[in-house]
Design a protein around this ligand. Structure first.
Ligand code: GNR
Ligand code: NI
Length: 172
């Protein structure tokens, strides 16, 4: 397995709209395995293929405490949603930024698993938030897009500062 590099905001490639997977073949299965390894290593509770610069509709998720409930969603579609909920979100592509975002409270999603078999999943709480966060990535959308202009300005300053410091390390 391979740990893949995660793209960081403001990389334009994060804005790419992902295409559906035509066939869940060995290449896709290898991609899913690598995405799980990358997600668990990061560590994160979810990862969308967009974040590793593969523009296919593939998501991996594990919101369990002990990291024993891997979920793979290929070509996901939300078929029902209900309620509104606020949750503090972070993103591996926007390091060290945590902000409150409103999402649907419950979602029902239809997807293919790693074997290409279709399944339907009802999700609430953190899993529902994570599914919506990852599906946004596949549309080229990031959680910071939902923030008020004022909050976004503040974050942008912090991100640009972090970027400058990363490319110009302080002399020790
Ligand atoms: O690791 C992650 N944590 C998280 C916390 C709250 C809401 C969403 C997330 S997803 C994030 C991993 C990530 O960036 N996936 O795209
Ligand atoms: Ni993310």
């Amino acid at each position: 397995m391979t740990i893949l590099d995660i793209l960081h905001y403001p990389d334009k490639r994060l804005r790419t709209v992902a295409k559906p997977v035509e066939k869940v073949d060995d290449t896709i299965k290898k991609l899913v395995d690598d995405m799980f390894e990358t997600m668990y290593t990061a560590p994160g509770i979810g990862l969308a293929a967009t974040q590793i610069n593969v523009h296919l509709q593939v998501i991996v998720i594990d919101v369990s405490e002990d990291k024993t409930q891997p979920l793979c969603l290929i070509n996901p579609e939300i078929i029902a949603e209900e309620g509104i909920e606020s949750c503090d979100e972070g993103c591996l592509s926007v390091p060290d930024i945590y902000e409150t975002v409103e999402r649907s409270e419950k979602v029902t999603v239809k997807a293919l698993d790693q074997n290409g078999d279709e399944y339907t999943l009802q999700a609430n709480e953190l899993l529902a938030v994570c599914i919506q966060h990852e599906m946004d990535h596949l549309q080229g959308k990031l959680f910071v897009d939902y923030l008020s202009p004022l909050k976004f300005q503040r974050i942008k300053k912090r991100l640009l500062k972090a970027q400058r410091e990363a490319s110009q390390p302080a002399v020790l």
